[in-house]
Design a protein around this ligand. Sequence first.
Ligand code: NAP
Length: 246
Amino acid sequence: MTLVQGRAAVVTGAARGIGRAIAAKLVEHGARVVLADLDADAAAATAAELGGDGTAVAVGCDVTDPDGVDALVRRCVDEFGALDVLVNNAGITRDATMRKMPLDAFREVIDVHLTGTWLGTKAASAVMREQGHGAIVNISSISGKVGNLGQTNYSAAKAGIVGLTKAAAKEVAHAGVRINAVQPGIIRTAMTEAMREDVWEAKLAEVPMGRAGEPEEVADVVLFLASDLSSYLTGTVTEVTGGRYM
Ligand code: NAP
């Protein structure tokens, strides 16, 4: 259980759901982790549960705020002496058909997912280039591959994260920094629990493995991409979907 032993990591949107599972997995494998979340109290509670001994610390951070993201990256370096891993995970949904979606709901989702991931990738890769190593993992969604009804905002943002991941990966590969993306399918979290029962069942019916994924199953893939097991992978997109939309 030492795949990221001694590494310093930042996970955004880490108070709950997939982000929390990722932070827990990194701690379990020896990393020290800064948990960033819009909800600072919830992040602090999660950090206390994961590593009361200082291996997990919490920071209140809105990933759409450039100064906040810079401060987050600095905090990790100040606290742990490096930034080895960044996971851009924070996310929201504002679903509606395009006919009913207000422009604000489109911009908000693009801002959190795409701009937030760009800000994190930019700030972290600057530190990682200087170090000569680092791994960034961006959480996209299978929605960015196939486009989901009622999610023109979310699907566009998640597809954008793929393009951003590949372009940024090309820019920093020579400096020892790897950037990869993960596309989860339907994973059991608060985000999906808000779904109507019939919508949930219809989505599950499309999964060849016949079940939803658990946050820990996404976290396992992120751990792989954050660790040296994936030392020759960059610019990749890994689907964690139980075979849905393969
Ligand atoms: P979740 O349970 O809703 O957790 C998302 C976390 O992100 C929350 O703690 C939320 O804080 C935080 N957050 C939201 N906006 C933020 C911001 N501007 N700055 C910092 N933190 C912010 O969602 P999840 O299901 O774990 O999703 C995590 C990631 O996986 C997202 O990027 C999502 O799009 C992606 N994903 C999820 C699924 C799925 O089936 N669940 C599938 C594919 C992709 P608050 O609680 O304060 O809002």
